[in-house]
Design a protein around this ligand. Structure first.
Ligand code: DGL
Length: 258
């Protein structure tokens, strides 16, 4: 069986573009529809109820566009809504947490894992729960980074970003973490800054690569792969923002990795 329909992806804004970028590389023949809920950005400080309602709304927009699968390219929506929405729709829906933790389990090198993410994601304890379930002996150290997604969304590059990141990474300095998960899809744009403010031996995990591999696996398993010769992507927003698409192009080409 083949399926030439589109794959739907959503986030509150620009963050999920890091996932879209890997998906295009991994699945060059597929068509992608990226929905940025710019009207409701940021998601990080919202309640679980709000996130659940916004997630359902995003899924319905994508389903109305006939997508064959949905990728929640947002840590905040994955952590607070994925379990509830998954049984409600007939298309496969995946988030960023479970595939990442399963991949880390395979690597067998994680004893103490640090997680940085939005306030809502950290409050939900979703990463911690999944890590303890899959890799039971692991210790998890969480750190919420409330300002970081908004800085990334605006493409901030100044001194203030470095200082903010240094502040957020402080709790990891006297703890022996071997792995740091970027638990929000906006953060990979700052991988370089994060890396230079941590001991070199700490492995930084960008979920986008892992999620893209997982999508490929699911399409194969569910016989949803396309037979079109060449893919494409479209970006839609819930509120028009003039520079969004130009900036997304830069993120896609990784020109914006700071
Ligand atoms: N990129 C999102 C995440 O992974 C959302 C950030 C936000 O809107 O606060 O959590």
């Amino acid at each position: 069986m083949v399926d030439n329909r589109t794959i739907g992806i959503f986030d509150s804004g620009m963050g999920g573009i890091t996932v879209l970028s890997q998906l295009i590389k991994e699945l060059p023949k597929e068509k992608f529809l990226y929905l940025a809920d710019t009207k409701n950005f940021p998601y990080g400080g919202k309640s679980k109820e709000e996130i659940l309602a916004l997630t359902k709304n995003n899924i319905e927009i994508l389903i109305n566009r006939q997508v064959k699968m949905i990728v929640i390219a947002c840590g905040t929506a994955t952590s607070q809504a994925l379990d509830e929405v998954k049984p409600l729709y007939s298309v496969p829906i995946i988030g960023i947490i479970e595939p990442t933790v399963l991949e880390l389990k395979q690597r067998k090198k994680c004893k103490t894992i640090g997680v940085i993410a939005t306030e809502g994601t950290i409050r939900s304890k979703a990463w911690e729960r999944e890590i303890i379930k899959q890799i039971p002996q692991t210790k998890v150290i969480n750190q919420a980074c409330p300002l970081l997604a908004s800085m990334a969304e605006k493409g901030e590059k100044e001194e203030r970003v470095e200082r903010t990141i240094q502040e957020y990474l402080k709790p990891f300095h006297n703890k022996e973490i071997d792995t740091l998960i970027l638990g929000c899809t906006h953060y990979p744009i700052y991988t370089n800054i994060i890396a230079r403010n941590l001991p070199e031996k700490i492995k930084i995990v960008d979920t986008s690569y892992i999620v893209a591999k997982k999508v490929k696996e699911i399409l194969k398993q569910e016989q949803l792969e396309t037979i079109e010769p060449k893919g494409n992507y479209e970006i839609i927003l819930t509120k028009e923002i003039e520079e969004f698409k130009t900036m997304a192009e830069k993120w896609l080409k990784k020109e914006e990795t700071i």
